[in-house]
Design a protein around this ligand. Structure first.
Ligand code: AMP
Ligand code: MG
Length: 280
């Protein structure tokens, strides 16, 4: 079975993360062994994105969620870089500004949805409003509990307008997170990534797991599926995400648009003349 089929959350199933191994790495044994396959996926994604850009009939929205250090930035560095920046925009969602907070929670998100021909990547997303908000009681339950339906409706609206949506939940273990924090502390170039709040958030780990499970169980739909990506191994994460993106984009059945000009005439009348001139 493809990784798409294996890692997808089927609509209306209850997800229990304890049943999923964040260290899973399929039949691949090492980074070295997976590298050619990752490279092949990235090359194919590049070609498919060019078609998407040229055809302008589809758009693609990629949502990345996961606890601190799960690898959201890593996916941008190692997978999303296969995309031509001319047709791809990454938006990171941080704590809302006071203006954003004064609007409904989707207000700040909608302008970043992709236009036809474009790819949009959300590094964190509207799901923060049922994750950090739920875990820290930033809004009452009566408010956040209605958001799952609002999110499904919002994503339906995008899908009806030609947006293919794929959502990746990057799943790491609590021990792996601590090791990654330690490596950040030891690496001068990556110390900027660490903050006291990263450690403070660890005491809410179980509450986050519960919130992730609710998100995955309520908001994986036919038109906007969630994938749980075992992410303790960064290389497996990159392999699985790239394989799923590739398969998703192949399923969009895109083709280069028909030329709007008469190619035979251009070849005969213009190209042949210029080429002949150049020859003399
Ligand atoms: P980072 O992605 O590490 O730069 O951190 C961004 C921070 O913004 C995280 O702690 C998120 O939980 C937080 N954040 C993102 N969206 C929201 C939101 N809607 N409400 C509150 N906090 C948020
Ligand atoms: Mg962070």
């Amino acid at each position: 079975m493809s990784y798409r089929g294996k890692l997808i959350v089927k609509p209306d199933t209850r997800v229990t993360l304890a049943d999923i191994d964040p260290g899973f790495h399929g039949h691949h044994k090492s980074h070295e062994e997976a590298t050619p396959e990752i490279a092949d996926n990235l090359a194919r994604i590049s070609d498919l994105q060019e078609l998407l850009y040229a055809e302008k009939k589809h758009a693609l929205l990629i949502v990345l969620q996961g606890i601190d250090a799960a690898g959201k930035d890593g996916v941008c560095w190692h997978v999303i870089t296969a995309m031509n920046p001319q047709g791809c925009k990454v938006t990171g969602f941080k704590q809302p500004s006071s203006e954003e907070r004064a609007h409904d929670f989707l207000w700040r998100v909608h302008p970043h949805a992709p236009a036809l021909g474009q790819v949009a990547v959300f590094n964190r997303s509207h799901y923060e409003d049922v994750l950090v908000v739920r875990v820290h009681d930033l809004a009452p339950k009566s408010v956040w509990s209605k958001r799952y339906k609002a999110i499904n409706d919002f994503e339906s609206l995008l899908a009806e307008n030609g947006v293919t949506i794929v959502k990746f939940f990057l799943y790491i273990s609590k021990d792996e997170q601590l090791e990654r924090f330690a490596r950040r502390l030891d690496d001068k170039d990556r110390q900027w990534k660490i903050s006291a709040s990263d450690y403070a958030e660890r005491q809410y780990w179980d509450a986050y797991i519960e919130a992730y499970e609710a998100m995955l169980s309520k908001c994986s739909t036919e038109h906007a599926p969630w994938f749980v990506i075992p992410s303790n191994h960064k290389w497996f994460r990159n392999l699985a995400v790239s394989a799923i993106l590739r398969e998703t984009m192949e399923g969009m059945h895109m083709k280069a648009p028909e030329p709007t000009v008469d190619i035979a005439e251009i070849r005969k009348k213009y190209h042949a003349a210029v080429a002949a001139q150049k020859g003399h």
